[in-house]
Write a protein that binds this ligand. Structure first.
Ligand code: BGC
Ligand code: CA
Length: 335
């Protein structure tokens, strides 16, 4: 009998607990990552979103959009049906912002876009409660370009055929993604701006900025007709640079390679001399800025209230977290 009462009590206690759970009054954020298959978004940004949500004591629902914009549209509908207070969205297709912004506007829910900036001109103006958190896309390419130029000028033996021209291959991220486009342009422009002639031997894009794809690409380049002419591998991100490193190891080749993001693995590759440089893409602060803006928007405050973030007054409605160069000279600071 005593046992029965005890079980009944435990049962009631459990019920009370779950009822409390249902009455969660904290700010509710509906968020996604465009694909959990992305080293940077899944390895740096998502963990910090989750950690920082706990620190700020908010309720965060986060889902994987599996690199499918249609799926993301449905996920946003579901979040709106569930009554989230604010949306934090990592677009799959940077050209598809309009449909997401229109959904948020129709439901009168504030929207923070992060990491993939909308590419349609003027689309940020159709709703007064949409903002963007990311970076200045060109900055990463400029910094990566500057470090490559400095190293090229300091290492005469990198010009393997001694023609004074840099023969390079380039691993590009998603075509149409502002980060991929700007990094590709600026990294090469740094050479021509410095008066160094360049010859592009090959360029290959990867929609999900993917290590495995880059491995296959570089493996193919290293057995191609121009294999012996490659002097430098430029990668739009670290994830693809890792693929290049794997392919070089298998082919017993050692060419200079540069990435962007400063993932932990990139820092150890720099320490081991397997990678020449990267650029810190500060995903931790991008995650924090995303939630700081989201919480303020949900509370009806000015979005940057009480935070260190600054919204650019240039029509982009963007918070842009700075990039930082990482080379063999300063990688210890990032370990
Ligand atoms: C990062 C890439 C990532 C991409 C995803 C970029 O800012 O540097 O590593 O794949 O964002 O959108
Ligand atoms: Ca050359």
């Amino acid at each position: 009998m005593k046992k029965l009462i005890l079980f009944a009590l435990i049962g009631m206690f459990a019920l009370t607990l779950s009822a409390c759970g249902e009455r969660d009054t904290r700010i509710h954020v509906g968020a996604n990552i465009y694909t959990y298959g992305d080293n940077f978004m899944n390895g740096v940004v998502r963990p910090e979103l989750e950690r920082y949500a706990e620190e700020r004591d908010i309720r965060l629902d986060i889902v994987d959009s599996e690199n499918d914009q249609g799926k993301l549209n449905d996920q946003v509908d579901t979040f709106i049906d569930r009554g989230v207070d604010v949306l934090a969205i990592n677009l799959v297709d940077p050209a598809a912002a309009r449909s997401i912004i229109e959904k948020a506007k129709a439901a009168d829910i504030p929207l923070i876009l992060f990491n993939k900036e909308a590419t349609e001109a003027g689309v940020m103006d159709i709703y007064d409660k949409v903002w963007y958190v990311g970076t200045d896309s060109a900055e990463a390419g400029i910094i990566q370009g500057e470090m490559m130029v400095a190293d090229w000028l300091a290492n005469n033996d990198w010009d393997l055929n001694g023609d004074g021209v840099l023969q390079y291959v380039l691993l590009k991220g998603e075509p149409g993604h502002p980060d991929a486009e700007a990094r590709t342009l600026e990294a090469v422009k740094a050479f021509t701006d410095a008066g160094i002639q360049v010859e592009q031997l090959a360029l290959q894009a990867s929609n999900t900025w993917n290590t495995g794809e880059a491995n296959d690409t570089v493996a193919a380049w290293l057995t191609s007709a121009f294999a012996d002419r490659i002097e430098l591998i430029i990668s739009n991100n670290d994830g693809m640079a890792f693929g290049a490193i794997q392919a070089m190891k298998s082919a017993n080749v050692d060419l200079p390679v540069y990435g962007v993001d400063a993932l932990a693995q990139a820092i150890s590759h720099i320490a081991d001399g397997e990678m020449n440089g990267t650029v810190l893409n500060d995903g931790v602060n991008q995650a924090r800025a995303t939630l700081d803006l989201a919480i303020n928007a949900a509370e009806g405050n000015s979005v940057t209230a009480g935070s260190p973030w600054i919204i650019r007054q240039d029509g982009t409605k963007a918070v842009r977290v700075p990039y930082v160069p990482v080379t063999k000279d300063n990688y210890q600071d990032f370990q």
